[in-house]
Design a protein. Structure first.
Length: 243
């Protein structure tokens, strides 16, 4: 990171001298200053360097999700250790330049009638619709039976739900129990009890839903989605039940 150029709103352009623990030292034309990293990139410092910008955003997102998860009731306290999995600057740059996995996922993933479970953990994509946040605050998700029965009926405890909004993964749900049938306002529905984890990064997951709001995903595609999430949010692999 040494030598990277940053811009301060008062001191102007400066050059990074060192990053030790959370302390970023920058040399400006008239003085040297020390900033708290990565918070200094949330309004104090900016940079035109894409690698530095990407790295600082990754660290900031990690800290935000860390705080948010620890505030949610019932989450494992191992999340306090998530920073250990965040790469150092040199490791981060090395991994970026050594053939990263592509985020361009195949858009063809249509569910079909008579769908069957894969062996082991299964993966599903769900559309985040109106009222979604209200549901996940109670660790549940309700979907109508119509057009969704074939897929919803094979969901089981331990499966993962990729919750999508505008084709980006916003939450990962860890299914706590098999769906139960119910009814609201005369309409049949499934109640899926899950622990929902917010994803603090933009990760595309191209899924074709047709008329349904839930879709079964094959393991290869699901693991690619998880790899893309973990690349931007390293803390994900520390959450029990994700992998």
């Amino acid at each position: 990171m040494e030598g990277k150029i940053v811009i301060h709103k008062t001191f102007g352009e400066g050059k990074i001298i060192s990053l030790k623990d959370n302390l970023l030292t920058v040399k400006f034309s008239e003085k040297e200053s020390v900033f708290i990293f990565p918070g200094c990139f949330e309004g104090v410092l900016t940079t035109t360097d894409k690698e530095l910008e990407s790295y600082s955003k990754m660290i900031i997102n990690n800290r935000k999700l860390e705080k948010k998860l620890l505030q949610k009731k019932g989450l494992n306290r191992r999340l306090l250790q998530t920073r250990r999995n965040v790469p150092r600057w040199h490791s981060y740059i090395s991994n970026r330049n050594s053939g990263r996995k592509s985020e361009n996922l195949s858009p063809k993933n249509k569910s079909d009638i008579g769908i069957k479970r894969y062996e082991g953990k299964n993966f599903f994509a769900i559309l985040e619709g109106e009222g979604f946040q209200r549901f996940i605050d109670d660790n549940e998700f309700i979907i109508p039976v119509k057009n969704n029965e074939a897929v919803a009926s094979i969901i089981s405890k331990g499966d993962l739900l990729f919750c999508l909004k505008d084709n980006k993964v916003c939450h990962i749900g860890i299914v706590l129990s098999s769906p139960t049938a119910g009814e609201t306002d005369g309409k049949d529905e499934y109640n899926i009890s899950s622990q929902f984890i917010p994803v603090m990064a933009e990760v595309e997951c191209n899924i074709v839903f047709d008329e349904n709001i839930i879709s079964h995903i094959n393991k290869n595609k699901a693991n690619l989605v998880l790899d893309n999430i973990a690349e931007k949010c390293p803390y994900i692999n520390n959450i029990e039940g994700i992998r």
